[in-house]
Design a protein around this ligand. Sequence first.
Ligand code: SAM
Length: 607
Amino acid sequence: MVFLPGRLLRAPSRARRSLPVLAPAPVPGHPCSSGACRPVTMGFVLTFEAEEVLAEVAVSLGADQVTGWSDAEQRLADAASHTGAGGPAVAGAEVTQIRNRILAGEDPLGDAFCRIRGPAQRRPSGQTFTPGPVVRSMVAWAARSLSPARVVDPGTGSARFLVAAGRRWPHAALIGVETDPLAAMIGRATLAAAGMGGRASITLGDYRSLRLPPAAGPTLFLGNPPYVRHHQIPASWKNWLRAAAAGQGLTASGLAGLHVHFFLATALYAVPGDAGALVTAAEWLDVNYGSLVRSLLLGPLGGQSVHLLDPAVPAFADAAVTTAITCFRPGSRPSSLRLRRVDRLAGLGELSGGAALPTPVLRAASRWSPLACRAATTASRCAPLPAGHVELGELCRVHRGQVTGANKVWVMYGNPAGLPGRFLFPAVTRASELFRAHGALSTTSCLRFVIDLPADLAELAPAELAPVTRFLAQAEAAGAAGCYIARHRTPWWRVRLRAPAPVLASYMARRPPAFVRNLAGARHVNIAHGLYPREQLSPSALDGLAAFLRRSVSQAQGRTYAGGLTKFEPGEMERLPVPVPALLPAYATSASTASSPLQGTLHGSRL
Ligand SMILES: C[S@@+](CC[C@H](N)C(=O)[O-])C[C@H]1O[C@@H](n2cnc3c(N)ncnc32)[C@H](O)[C@@H]1O
């Protein structure tokens, strides 16, 4: 395996420095008492206190014996050995204990890595390691499909996939690719401790730069590509994505996350006869930028099945996200692809089952997760609505609030510009304003104003026109006329707020939406949705509607993104089940005894 010019790291060094064998026993409660941080033994849990100690343990386990050892890893190893001023930090007995745990199928180094680096520190590199049940299901699926000559794990981390694959296929070459030197070290160490170091290699580098030499047999691509949002992806890689997709006759969006890049890279490396299973966040099934993955699966990647794991299932310890496990056989050109929803980790099994959807149906669909939902035979979320309930969309239209284009210009406290009061509209401009309202917004006194000027300024009296003209000159100087939104509206200053909605809802948070009765007649911008009744609803019915939604809607009904952020698009909100109008007033008070079969038990209907 080599990397493209300029990205090749140095050839593996086999030089082995002398390693610590014995160390003083750690002082309970004082892991760093000698100046060097030491592992603390807590029953069977080894808690490393610093990356240096983890690096030292990795070397002690033989990390530097695994092909691909890089300069960057050697530097970490050197730094680790220098840190141990009071002697080696890791006792031989502890190293043995760690090795035994790895041989028993645990991942003590990966667990320690995740403890030392918290979720916030790991998130920018997409470092969420895969739980054992998910790894085992993916390996089990692959075992029914092929006997690989080699297994490639894109973004290897602590090598959970490679070790599991190494156990299942004792002769397969195990190939890892990882950008983080410490992660690469622990991946190597785990492979070495598991007795697989001789057939393993990890290359420190970017998966998209990989070049795989031809293999003697089929290759299995198995892994959990990093979830990194497009904001963190350099323009050069976005250009790579577009060019590489164009080479396949496909289009790619610059908004695509790193997992989409990994799918494409895999499609480029794979040959007919190979197989793959990748676990990712599920958003590519439904968003525009995910069309590249969908096209790859319906084309060269040969998609076999997609298994959607409910975000309520605690699969990934630090990422509340709808998870998709995607299985593919490159070059197979299947006529259908199985979609399946799974509501328990144990339900993953060997990734069989699911409803086969014909490829023309999938090709015509812009979103796949509703198809998965419809296809599900057992999922309760797709059960018919209970008697006395309809979809919210039958009662109300749900509209996202207006985008101003430049909140720093159009949203303000008070009236510093001295504008005519009739152009200042109290509005909900932050989701927190809805959370704080506790169900009812009865005053606008705590809200900011949105400036919404008329299209025709000629209608203004001179006393009004003067401050408006002054304000518009300042707004233009601040760039408000040149932004994308302003350039696409006429005239550029017309924000066009929607009418006050009787019920407002937050739609993006790490919590269920706040449904708030808008008694104060506040407007809203695009941080909130407004619920607009199609037919008149009485105030008590509106109260009941908001109260019912507050009590019944759970986070699991939205679309959860990596990081745990849950979003309800207007269409998704319109599909929420609610009682028919005649029953709504009964839900109006929190003390109400009215009950719905959906309350408390509802886990969602996105359809
Ligand atoms: C989601 S983790 C998965 C780790 C491991 N395969 C597992 O499933 O437990 C993704 C890994 O990819 C690595 N990574 C991030 N960007 C990468 C890139 N461009 N090329 C290769 N690896 C990358 C991260 O450091 C991280 O260890």
